[in-house]
Design a binder for this molecule. Structure first.
Ligand code: ADP
Ligand code: MG
Ligand code: MG
Ligand code: MG
Length: 396
């Protein structure tokens, strides 16, 4: 990677200027004829796929836009998130090189990350919706979570180093999006919420449930204040490329120092949301992924704890167990918040929205709201994510 050759002013790339940039960076053979296409599907960033058909060499250029397009309007959003994303990918590449794309180049002014093209894989949300099960997904994500969380925490870094790293990942504007969209807006009558009129009664019940809101407030406070480790911050199944052999985590522009359980909870919630969109007899692979993600996370995290823990109290009996218990409780709570906000908040998931039969869709969304609520309220008594499947069988 190089930081040289930086441009002095920001401008959004076009398919043509993206090609010129790729040529200028020397990522292709001299005189190569390049094909360029903008393939982004988000509201915040441009993504250019650039290919040399002769050599089959290809790259991705992701560029942040200075605003977010949301419900027809746009609001300004810092370009610094591109640098955060590049730095997070580089940090994670050092820890789990097989599970993130390689970064070739970063430019802070242009707000771009040039990276490995992963087009041979599929975004796991799309594949799961089509009925793919990605047998290695949970093993890979469990390992990703254990390594990225452990090695960026005070258990692996000395506290000075860790605070310096945390400072580089200060990300207030993107955190604010999560604070509002995940932890606040869905639980109040706010006009960015978005749900079918058939859900009005269920949603009003949530808004009036002060017991539930107290628990969400506690989870939000954790998210606001508890800087355990460098989080991805947006680890849903749309941020994960997969095949039957490979898994790659992309899109860490929300990265910041936050609570251990947040990434785990978001990932589990998105598995739950996919399970809710499936016929009962097709749900088992998702339940297996939920169990296995947690099991692999615990095994790997415990192994790293034994091997590389620098904390003086590391060997004190019961410390690891009590930490894992707390992480589980938070994970389940964060998962509950994510399930609810993806059902009635501003940003939905295709898993539920694409359910063809309208009544089945409404029923699945009602189940999602009920399940999200139960997870938040019961999170301290759930002894393993395996229990999530019980809520599918008994709640409705
Ligand atoms: P956003 O932050 O706007 O959601 P993402 O990083 O998720 O941007 O990328 C948006 C889309 O661009 C992805 O869903 C995927 O289709 C494509 N994309 C992103 N990164 C890559 C990559 N490294 N290789 C291939 N396609 C990619
Ligand atoms: Mg996207
Ligand atoms: Mg994305
Ligand atoms: Mg993103």
């Amino acid at each position: 990677m190089s930081f040289s050759n930086q441009q002095s002013t920001y401008e959004p790339l076009t398919e043509s200027t993206a090609t010129s940039l790729a040529t200028k960076l020397g990522l292709f053979e001299q005189g190569a004829v390049l094909r360029s296409k903008e393939i982004g599907d988000g509201n915040l960033n441009l993504v250019f796929h650039i290919v040399d058909d002769k050599t089959n060499i290809s790259i991705i250029i992701k560029q942040a836009l200075p605003y977010a397009k949301v419900v027809g309007e746009s609001w300004p959003l810092t370009l610094k998130r591109a640098t955060i994303e590049s730095n997070a990918l580089l940090t994670y590449y050092n820890l789990v090189p097989d599970l993130v794309p390689k970064v070739f180049y970063t430019d802070e002014v242009l707000a771009i990350t040039v990276m490995e093209d992963l087009s041979h894989l599929e975004i796991s949300r799309s594949g799961l919706i089509k009925g793919q099960n990605y047998p290695l997904l949970s093993e890979h994500i469990g390992r990703y979570l254990a390594h990225t969380l452990f090695y960026t925490s005070d258990f692996a870094l000395n506290p000075q180093e860790k605070k310096k790293l945390a400072h580089r990942f200060s990300n207030p504007e993107l955190c604010k999006i999560t604070e509002d969209l995940v932890f606040t807006d869905p639980f109040f009558d706010i006009d960015t919420n978005n749900f079918e009129s058939e859900l009005q009664a269920d949603v009003e019940k949530l808004w009036n449930d002060s017991k539930l809101k107290l628990e969400v407030a506690k989870l939000k406070q954790k998210f606001l204040t508890q800087g355990d480790a460098l989080l991805h911050g947006d680890l849903h199944t749309g941020s994960i490329f997969a095949s039957d052999q490979e898994t790659k985590v992309i899109d860490p522009e929300f990265a910041f120092y936050g609570p251990f359980g947040f990434d785990i909870g978001q990932f589990l919630a998105n598995l739950v949301l996919n399970a809710l969109s499936r016929e009962t007899d097709k749900q088992e692979p998702l339940f297996t992924h939920i169990d296995k993600t947690w099991a692999v996370f615990v095994d790997t995290f415990s192994h790293l704890w034994e091997k590389d823990n620098v904390e003086a109290y590391a060997k004190i009996d019961g410390y690891l167990d009590s930490l894992l218990k707390q992480i589980l409780e938070d994970t389940i709570g964060f998962a509950g918040c994510e399930i609810i906000r993806r059902t009635i908040g501003l940003a939905h998931v295709a898993d539920l929205d694409q359910i063809e039969d309208y009544n089945a869709k409404i029923l699945s969304k009602q189940q999602a709201l009920q399940l999200g609520k139960e997870l938040i309220l019961s999170r301290s008594t759930i002894s393993s994510p395996t229990e999530i499947r019980n809520y599918f069988q008994t709640s409705y």
